[in-house]
Design a protein around this ligand. Structure first.
Ligand code: LMR
Length: 396
């Protein structure tokens, strides 16, 4: 049976981690997969998470099934955090939601839900977008189209071209937008640009699908929710996939949220039953652990403050690393102006070099990042930045 299957190339992002592990160069540098690393190159358990784990261990009395939608406290806390306590959609009981196994799980559940709505709904994704958006959405049987987003030549958003395409999108199609910290480019829409996206969404009646995987890593926890809140407060329907992998450092626990802002409470009840049925048909119910931890943190004022401080420290550090890289590239004699890296947000930047240059710096200097030229800024530290800058300048 299986002899009809061809072997596949390694995943463009996860495959890099495997190649990095095998590299014996003591000066190798990993800027591949999007994982936060501290100055020593470690990804420690966040302090608020460690405390919540102790609390959960003391308080949890059973491992029986949880509800199909997941930990309800987690869902409520997350919705309040991302949409705001004063969200009109939440106050009107218009938001259906389930805890999902990671942001990936949320994206897939929502893609399956869109598929259930029938028709030949197209999902429009940015060019470029996160590589895994393609299988997560496409393998649910949906057709993907792209809208222009980023220009490598000028290292900036192609906003006019993006808007031109959005103005042609049909009613009922879905437009996937990165809530903040665009993956892979790090180039985010400004609030004024989000305002324009809202207007075109109203005009064309497409449904925005916001992927929010890096809340807090751009400008701050509230600031980064600007676009999502704007759309959710002003449109009848918005689809949301959120992740706690990065901002809670809960990568391996797979903690995400699949939510849908619906037109009214009656529709919400229907959509809620449908999302739960999609989940039941794939994995039945989400693992409780990570959601229980996030619930503990967000429900406790002290732990929540503790966590917010940690997110802020990560955010500020990544911003500093951007400046450090730009400074070192300049010092190593880069003739190209890389100051755009400092303006980009979150964990990633596009260095805007060619795939050949990326592969050359990988084979010559053991610097690992995605062929598109996406680097994980958090993989930089004070000890490797000079080596990194030298290696990059050598292939420019
Ligand atoms: C990334 O983009 O590197 C992360 O979101 C990890 C992944 O699953 O690709």
């Amino acid at each position: 049976m299986f002899n009809v299957l061809p072997a596949l190339a390694p995943d463009p992002i996860l495959g890099l981690s495997a190649a990095f592990r095998e590299d014996t160069n003591p000066n190798k540098i990993d800027l591949g997969v999007g994982v936060y690393k501290d100055e020593q190159g470690n990804t420690p358990i966040m302090d608020a998470v460690a405390k919540a784990q102790h609390k959960l261990l003391d308080e949890e009395t059973s491992k029986t099934y949880i509800t199909p939608q997941g930990v309800q406290g987690y869902i409520d806390n997350m919705l309040n955090m991302i949409l705001g306590n004063d969200s009109p959609a939440l106050l009107a009981n218009r938001v259906a939601a389930v805890q999902a196994p990671g942001g990936c799980g949320a994206l897939r559940v929502l893609a399956e839900l869109i598929k259930r709505c029938g028709g030949d709904t197209k999902v429009w994704v940015s060019d470029p977008t996160w590589a895994n958006h393609i299988p997560l959405i496409g393998d649910a049987g949906l057709t993907l189209e792209t809208y222009p987003y980023f220009d490598k030549e000028t290292a900036s958003i192609r906003f006019d071209a993006m808007m031109e395409t959005l103005r042609t999108i049909n009613k009922g199609d879905v437009v996937l937008l990165h809530g903040c910290c665009h993956n892979p480019t790090g180039a985010d829409l400004t609030p004024a640009q989000w305002d324009e996206v809202l207007e075109v969404a109203k005009e064309r009646e497409f449904v925005p699908f916001v992927d929010l995987a890096y809340l807090g890593f751009g400008d701050g926890l509230t600031e980064d929710a600007y676009g999502l809140r704007l759309l959710a407060n002003n449109l009848p329907e918005v689809i949301i996939a959120a992740s706690c992998s990065k901002n809670f450092g809960l990568y391996r626990e797979r903690v995400g949220l699949a939510a849908v802002v619906t037109q009214d409470a009656a529709q919400k009840a229907i959509v809620q039953s449908q999302i739960q049925s999609v989940a039941r048909g794939i994995y039945s119910m989400p693992p409780s652990y990570g959601g229980a931890l996030v619930n503990i943190i967000l429900s406790d004022d002290t732990l929540r403050q503790n966590w917010q401080n940690e997110v802020e420290a990560m955010r500020v550090r990544m911003q500093e690393l951007r400046s450090l890289l730009v400074k070192h590239l300049h010092e190593q004699g880069a003739t190209r102006d890389f100051s755009f890296v400092e303006k980009q947000k979150g964990m990633f930047s596009y260095l805007c070099i060619t795939p050949e240059q990326v592969r050359e710096v990988r084979s010559k200097n053991s610097v690992y990042f995605v062929d598109s030229s996406r680097v994980n800024i958090a993989g930089i530290n004070k000890s490797n930045v000079e080596t990194l800058a030298k290696a990059l300048v050598s292939v420019l």
